[in-house]
Write a protein that binds this ligand. Structure first.
Ligand code: SF4
Ligand code: SF4
Length: 71
């Protein structure tokens, strides 16, 4: 079952420092083409560890949308 929350990255603010990638316990966040952090949202557990270490605050932990009881 997927977690209720996931990490969302604001790509325009990300500086590709990689701090989030080192912190993620599930290894589901990586620097995409050297440009910005990209999350495998299906496998993200929404723990927020990436968000805590981001120096520019561009990772937001969001609730997954629920439609008719389904994700
Ligand atoms: S919220 Fe947790 S599992 Fe998801 S990308 Fe961030 S550190 Fe990884
Ligand atoms: S810690 Fe923040 S700024 Fe650094 S790569 Fe991750 S999302 Fe981008």
């Amino acid at each position: 079952m997927r977690s209720k929350r996931y990490a969302f990255v604001n790509r325009r603010i990300c500086v590709s420092c990689g701090a989030c990638t080192r912190e993620c316990p599930k290894s589901v966040i990586a620097i995409y083409k050297g440009c910005y952090a990209k999350v495998d949202t299906d496998n993200c557990i929404g723990c927020g560890k990436c968000s805590k270490v981001c120096p520019v605050g561009c990772i937001e932990i969001r609730d997954r949308e629920v439609v008719n009881g389904q994700e």
